[in-house]
Design a protein around this ligand. Structure first.
Ligand code: ADP
Length: 280
């Protein structure tokens, strides 16, 4: 069979992307209605003190979780197609990346404390001013942290270590977990769309396989990259690589810069909403 040429592959990718985008648009509305209806039923039951059988409550919960997961998947796909089509904008601002990461870590650690998940923050540098979009950094970090929670081991306390360090060219932000890990042969695939690697081998079949693909595309908008190291059964480490632009012409002590950054509770709730935290 003749091999596909590059332009054939590009056209194929475009058709795939259009199809995904259209289907996500079409399905998003009915799924939102299902999600809203289930929330209202839940509220009605609570407000009117109506007891329903535990089994039925379990069914309601699983409909709500599945609808939530689908909504997140569609939103991710729509955002991905937007980025790929060049429609997504950047909100660049000069800020101390160490502060941004520490603030994200602090808000998330507070939120996860009640689930007995520990998050440790460590940094080798005190400040490094970069011209970045902190909202993108927040999205990426929350995605990596929620994966660390989602792919944790059932019988082990989840520990997440966030570390910042740098060399002459880049600032590195590492998110390391002690979870189930990823098989070496799958490491190259996990940034592709729909790349669930753990199939039905574990309890964790909850993912949708679009999160890391979006993470990579968001980082590409900042000329940044992401790498992964992992050992099956031991844990994984995702390392964000942000280029240092020495040509940045500013004085952090004179210009108005962005310092305070805290993750809104609704963002955290949304990010962790499709994970079963029941056993945590
Ligand atoms: P999702 O989690 O929605 O399936 P992602 O794109 O976020 O999609 O992740 C792709 C796949 O990479 C996951 O299905 C999982 O197999 C693997 N993965 C991602 N993060 C981790 C992690 N911290 N530990 C183990 N496996 C992971």
């Amino acid at each position: 069979m003749p091999k596909n040429t590059n332009s054939q592959i590009e056209i194929g990718e475009e058709i795939k992307s259009d199809f995904l985008s259209n289907i996500s648009h079409e399905l998003r509305t009915p799924i939102s209605i299902i999600y809203g209806a289930i929330r209202n039923i839940d509220l009605d039951l609570k407000e009117n003190n109506i007891d329903i059988p535990v089994k039925s409550y379990g069914y309601l919960k699983s409909i709500r979780k599945s609808a939530d997961r689908l909504l997140r998947l569609f939103d991710n796909i729509l955002e991905l197609t937007n980025i790929r089509a060049g429609f997504a904008g950047l909100d660049l601002i000069v800020c101390n990346i160490v502060n941004v990461i520490e603030d994200i870590n602090f808000s998330t650690a507070e939120y996860l404390k009640k689930y007995n998940i520990s998050m440790i923050f460590d940094t080798e540098i005190e400040e490094r001013y970069l011209n970045i979009d902190p909202n993108i950094i927040e999205r990426v970090m929350l995605n990596l942290i929620s994966n660390a929670v989602k792919y944790s081991k059932e019988d082990t306390k989840t520990e997440i270590l966030v570390k910042v360090y740098e060399d002459e060219k880049k600032v590195y932000v590492s998110v390391k977990d002690n979870g189930i890990g990823i098989e070496q042969e799958n490491l190259g695939k996990i940034f592709d769309i729909f790349s669930q690697t753990n199939g039905c081998m574990t309890k964790n079949t909850e993912g949708s396989g679009a999160g890391l693909c979006l993470v990579k595309s968001l980082l590409e908008m900042l000329n940044a990259d992401i790498k992964v190291r992992s050992e099956l059964g031991e844990g994984s480490e995702f390392i964000i690589e942000l280029p240092i632009a020495y040509q940045l012409d500013f004085d952090p002590y004179e210009e108005e810069i962005f310092e305070d950054f805290s993750v809104k509770k609704e963002r955290l709730e949304k990010e962790f909403s499709d994970i079963d935290m029941g056993n945590k």
